[in-house]
Write a protein that binds this ligand. Structure first.
Ligand SMILES: [Zn+2]
Length: 98
């Protein structure tokens, strides 16, 4: 197999990982490219949606919307952070060089 990023057929290591999140313990082979270091799966499963569909269900079941006060607090915190970054900016103190 050739690297999907740089196209070189030169792999430095082979890793076998097992699927643990859904408990199927299916083994997947990965190879690390010896040139760019990208870890990539050897055979992409034909039925990828099998893994993603149940993940969506999983996160949806655990989704709890933030109460309104939490959203307001987040917005306030973001604004405050932005403000303090502005005042501490070294650029405002630097005098232009000639
Ligand atoms: Zn590569």
């Amino acid at each position: 197999m050739a690297c999907r990023i740089c196209g070189v057929d030169e792999f430095s290591e082979r890793i076998t990982a097992r699927e643990m999140m859904f408990g199927s313990r299916e083994a997947f082979e990965y190879e690390r490219c010896g040139v760019c270091g990208t870890l990539q799966i050897v055979d992409i499963p034909d039925d990828l949606e099998r893994f993603y569909a149940s993940e969506v269900d999983y996160s949806f079941n655990n989704f709890v919307p933030d109460p309104l006060w939490k959203n307001l607090l987040k917005r306030w915190a973001a604004r405050t952070r932005f403000h303090s970054q502005n005042t501490k900016s070294p650029l405002s103190k630097n005098k232009p060089k000639r």
